[in-house]
Write a protein that binds this ligand. Structure first.
Ligand SMILES: Nc1nc2c(ncn2[C@@H]2O[C@H](COP(=O)(O)OP(=O)(O)OP(=O)(O)O)[C@@H](O)[C@H]2O)c(=O)[nH]1
Ligand SMILES: [Mg+2]
Length: 306
């Protein structure tokens, strides 16, 4: 009988150390990759890279309710488009609510996201870590015979599965942790954890609540955020929502940039995978990252929508 790794869903094998699914003993519940990831945080192998199109097709072939996860810092058009491309009954879950700054009103945030991205489905904000609102997720689940958790990699699908169903799926800050669909049958109910969709954006997982950083910018200054240089042509207060472990510094005179764009008042500049910057006054922005990594949107934090 085929044995499956309980950590990532891959087929176990004891013949080739170099290949995925290896374990020296087929009686082990975990493949070597999960064993090392879980116990030592060591990544032996990046794992199978998912094909987003195929993944979407297999999800759309399933039945029941889809729970699509996205965290507060990773809300951007591609993620929402992916959600919209799911043909089954679905809810959008904003996870890791423990990271959301205290000044943000959750109901305002949800309303803004619905309006800006034109979402008709229910949105639930929750945290696997603090268990905030997990009762709401549980209520939805109780009404269904089949449930599937999906979303981009690292959004916390497996963490939520583990908290809700006391399962032992491998969770890590590395991309692609879950390798295959993991099926659980609990009291006749079928529950799937899915491998994450992949992207090539920044990859950052904050550990603690985000403290917004406000800067009073003068046009001759620029900000260095991780490896990103960004400057504006107006004097304004901007607020940055990113992991507070990322270095942010104010510097003089921006030498190089490769993208410039007009940013309307009360807009967010989303840096995909990292977070976003809210500007209050209309401005011109100069930035040294690839255009693909940037999205502009009306601010999800108050602003016009307050
Ligand atoms: N602060 C916080 N971190 C969380 C929460 N849920 C998950 N995480 C962290 O997010 C990271 C990714 O979690 P996973 O559960 O492995 O994410 P996944 O969506 O299953 O990822 P893939 O299997 O790669 O698709 C880990 O570092 C978790 O500790 C949460 O509610 N709060
Ligand atoms: Mg997972």
């Amino acid at each position: 009988m085929t044995k499956i790794c309980i950590g990532c869903g891959i087929k176990l094998q004891n013949t080739d150390k170099e290949k995925l699914g290896f374990t020296p003993d087929l009686n082990n519940p975990l493949c070597m990759r999960c064993f090392k990831l879980k116990n030592y945080g060591i990544l032996l192998d990046t794992g199978k890279i998912q094909d987003n199109e195929k993944l979407l097709l297999s999800i759309n072939k399933k039945k029941g309710l889809v729970i699509f996860l996205v965290d507060f810092l990773n809300i951007y058009k591609e993620a929402i488009d992916l959600f919209k491309n799911i043909k089954l009954k679905k809810v959008l879950v904003i996870t890791k609510s423990d990271l959301i700054p205290k000044n943000i009103q959750i109901n305002v945030l949800v309303k803004n996201i619905k309006d800006i991205y034109d979402i008709n489905e229910e949105i639930i904000v929750c945290s696997a870590k603090t268990k905030y609102n997990l009762n709401k997720i549980q209520e939805l689940i109780n009404r269904e015979s089949s449930i599937l958790f999906t979303g981009y990699t690292n959004m916390g699908k497996s963490s939520l599965m583990n908290t809700l169903f006391h399962s032992n799926i491998t969770v890590s800050k590395r991309k692609n942790t879950t390798q295959e669909f993991i099926k659980k049958v609990i009291a006749g109910q079928v529950i799937y954890d899915a491998p994450g969709f992949i992207n090539e954006y920044y990859d950052n997982i904050p550990k603690n609540i985000i403290k917004p950083l406000t800067y009073q910018l003068k046009s001759k200054y620029y900000l260095k955020i991780a490896d990103i240089n960004i400057s504006f042509n107006s004097d304004d207060n901007i607020t940055i929502y990113i992991d507070n472990n990322i270095n942010v510094s104010k510097r003089k005179i921006l030498e190089k940039y490769n993208y410039d764009i007009v940013v309307p008042a009360n807009y967010d500049i989303v840096i995909k995978g990292l977070g976003f910057i809210k500007v209050t006054k209309a401005t011109y922005m100069y930035i040294n990252v690839n255009k693909k990594l940037i999205e502009l949107r009306p601010s999800i934090i108050g602003g016009n929508y307050e």
